[in-house]
Design a protein around this ligand. Structure first.
Ligand SMILES: Nc1nc2c(ncn2[C@@H]2O[C@H](COP(=O)(O)OP(=O)(O)O)[C@@H](O)[C@H]2O)c(=O)[nH]1
Ligand SMILES: [Mg+2]
Ligand SMILES: [Zn+2]
Length: 303
């Protein structure tokens, strides 16, 4: 008997032990091979964004035979356990979305999101949406700092269409993760990028025993120009778990460049004499707002 065909693929949806895998022959619904299921106890054996090899079965479904090592991972701490819960494996970039107004941008929250991206070494972009509601020059003055730090800023309006073409272009061929507070226009932007995309995210009710609550099943949504977008199931996913206070300065690019010049090599940059970071803030070389974000995160302030 011939061996069943084995296909490479990408997990685009994961729910309750079933995985939808995009392959050259189209989507295949798969389960994990038993051996993989018993795999590492420290985290998910397979997750959204994992590159896998699928054994096709006669009934058209498949078995995930192997999972390729992850290049990067966006994860959170599973509730009540130390284990890591993978939100998206192998993301190529994060797109953090804020509104220029309604709601007003929360830059302290953006800085926390950027720290997570830096920690995971995932390149990040910023999207300043609802540019139609404000004077563009004012929005640029608020957001341009992020461009200077190496996070490209897109100024967009899902209503007028401004900036959509450039944002769409930035997504081609990549796995991008959209994140931002609710109400900033994430769904509207996805629809502007590709009609129907923002509606695609489905919601299911799960009975947890403590009553029914609604969760969003995360998925990778295919872009017609190539690439995928994931809309994350909320900002809780980005809690700064497992970050040591001494690591934080390494996740602020403008601080990272200076820390070796501080008088003390264990400088916290909060109060020490001879601190190169505090001197740079004083001389206007580091933005006071960004430094404030650093201090809050460093001191373990909850969001
Ligand atoms: N003026 C303006 N309103 C927008 C824009 N994008 C979204 N909205 C509105 O903002 C509200 C929230 O949008 P939605 O896409 O649901 O935000 P989400 O919660 O981030 O997915 C809706 O009433 C949208 O019509 C925009 O670019 N300009
Ligand atoms: Mg939405
Ligand atoms: Zn210092």
């Amino acid at each position: 008997m011939p061996e069943p065909p084995v296909l490479p693929g990408l997990i685009v949806r994961a729910q309750s032990g079933f995985f939808e895998v995009a392959t050259e022959r189209g989507p295949v619904i798969c389960q994990l091979r038993g051996k993989l299921k018993r795999g590492p106890r420290t985290g998910d054996a397979a997750a959204l964004g994992d590159r896998v090899r699928v054994g096709l079965l006669d009934d058209g479904t498949g078995t995930i035979e192997t999972v390729e090592p992850r290049r990067s991972v966006l994860s959170r701490q599973a509730p009540g356990r130390k284990a890591e819960q993978v939100i998206v494996a192998n993301p190529d970039q994060m797109v953090f979305i804020l509104a220029c107004a309604d709601p007003d941008p929360n830059f302290r929250m953006l800085d926390r999101l950027l720290v997570v991206a830096e920690r995971e070494r995932i390149p990040a972009r910023v999207c300043a949406n609802k540019i139609d509601l404000v004077v563009e020059r004012a929005a640029r003055a608020e957001f341009e700092e992020y461009d200077r730090l190496g996070y490209p800023v897109h100024y967009t309006s899902a209503v007028s269409g401004k900036g959509i073409r450039d944002l769409r272009k930035a997504l081609v061929g990549k796995i991008s993760v959209f994140a931002g507070p609710s109400g900033v226009g994430k769904s509207s932007l996805l629809n502007a990028i590709q009609p129907g995309l923002g509606l695609h995210t489905s919601e299911v009710s799960q009975n947890t025993g403590r009553g029914t609550h609604t969760t969003v099943v995360p998925e990778l949504m295919a872009l017609s120009a190539g690439g995928y977008v994931a809309d994350t199931p909320g900002l809780r996913a980005f809690a700064l778990w497992d970050i040591e206070p001494e690591e934080v300065d390494g996740y602020f690019p403008e601080l990272r460049a200076l820390v070796s010049e501080c008088a003390f090599n264990d400088c916290t940059h909060l109060h020490e004499p001879g601190c190169a970071v505090m001197a740079a803030v004083e001389h206007g070389l580091i933005s006071p707002e960004r430094y404030d974000s650093y201090c809050r995160i460093r001191q373990g302030e909850p969001e």
